[in-house]
Ligand binder design. Structure first.
Ligand code: 6U4
Length: 169
């Protein structure tokens, strides 16, 4: 990670039997008009874990009683530089789902996901996440086109290492 890499979290809440996932339609800023998990940038000195929890609450009103760090996305693009996204899932959630300034939330059946209006690379790595695997995914983009992709399965220890070195600006 260098100083020019922008770091984010994204968290996907699931219903209790894991058949539905809550996605949010981004209402402004980066990724506007796209469905994604909930997330954003760590605040000054904030850990990645804390950021993931805070963004979940702020953007859709839910609290994660437990959450799992399941992956890291490393993306390089000719237009937007380097981005690192720490991916979490939360299967034990409490609270009522609310719409926020940033996100319009909606439950989707996992079996029926079409990837319509999601980030282009979502269809490449969401299936890995939805199958319960831990992963590091690398993508390179030239303009909007994916020119290189690699998805590696990793274990919790490897993810913990990547996470422990990551703290907000
Ligand atoms: N290419 C990409 N693929 C992806 O799956 N998620 C991405 C992505 N690029 C960004 N994200 C996620 C990370 C994060 O959850 C969200 C962007 O967070 P934010 O909207 O909070 O960021 P902003 O820079 O707009 O921050 P604000 O200052 O809060 O407006 O989009």
């Amino acid at each position: 990670m260098d100083l020019l890499t922008r770091r984010y979290t994204v968290i996907f809440p699931f219903n209790s039997d894991g058949t539905q996932v809550l996605l949010g339609l981004k209402k402004r800023g980066m990724g506007v008009g796209l469905w994604n998990g909930f997330g954003g940038k760590p605040e000054l000195g904030e850990t990645i874990d804390k950021c993931a929890r805070r963004e979940l609450k702020e953007e859709c009103g839910l609290e994660a009683r437990s959450m799992q760090h399941v992956g890291v996305l490393l993306m390089k693009s000719t237009t937007s530089g380097q981005v690192e996204v720490f991916v979490y899932t939360a299967k034990d959630i409490v609270g009522d789902v609310i719409e926020s300034d940033e996100m319009k939330p909606k439950w989707f059946k996992v079996a029926d996901l079409t990837y319509k209006d999601t980030y282009k690379e979502a269809r490449e790595w969401w299936p890995t996440m939805l199958q319960g695997n831990k992963f590091v995914a690398r993508f390179e983009f030239v303009d909007a086109a994916i020119t290189s992709k690699e998805i590696k399965h990793v274990d919790a220890k490897q993810l913990a290492l990547l996470r422990s070195s990551a703290i907000g600006p």
